[in-house]
Design a protein around this ligand. Sequence first.
Ligand code: 5GP
Length: 182
Amino acid sequence: METQTKLNVAGLDFVPYISHKEIAQRIEHLGTELNRDYEGLSPLFLPILNGSFMFAADLIRQICIPCQVSFVKTASYEGTQSTGKVSQLIGLEQDLEGRHIVLVEDIVDTGLTIASLLRGLENFRPASVKIATLFVKPEALKEDFEIHYRGFDIPNKFIVGYGLDYEGFGRNYRDVYCLAED
Ligand code: 5GP
């Protein structure tokens, strides 16, 4: 599929931002780091659906050490006033106790979702939990946690493609596009 010079997704115009080639290069690098860091640890990758499906497929193809993969979703509910929105993983099939977990995300924006998931995962007593995300918006981050494996730091732009959607559309493109400025 050719990169399109302009893309209309559900009524909004987007322009090319990061090519599939650049993404592939970063993912190869992340894969090398993961293979090195998790040697002998049999990590469990937990890609968070829906947005991470393409990233997870390409990233996990780079992994050449024994590992497991289990796709999960997040469910949000209102916590107490002090905790605000709480996110929880659903669809977990494995026992997480003592496991080395890698959460695979498409994009960390405010970080509220991941921060809440990290707090919830502590209850399962994993050996370690690290995050692999393709994109981070550092200016939007409101929570303080370490992001161990990150593809690209991007400004506060809204992006689609490579698994990321707008109104459910746009996930299918292999390149990433950002919202066109007026
Ligand atoms: P956070 O809790 O970090 O603010 O939210 C992260 C989630 O917001 C991502 O998993 C994604 O679903 C959505 N999101 C944040 N920024 C973008 C963006 O630029 N494009 C798209 N398509 N989704 C985004």
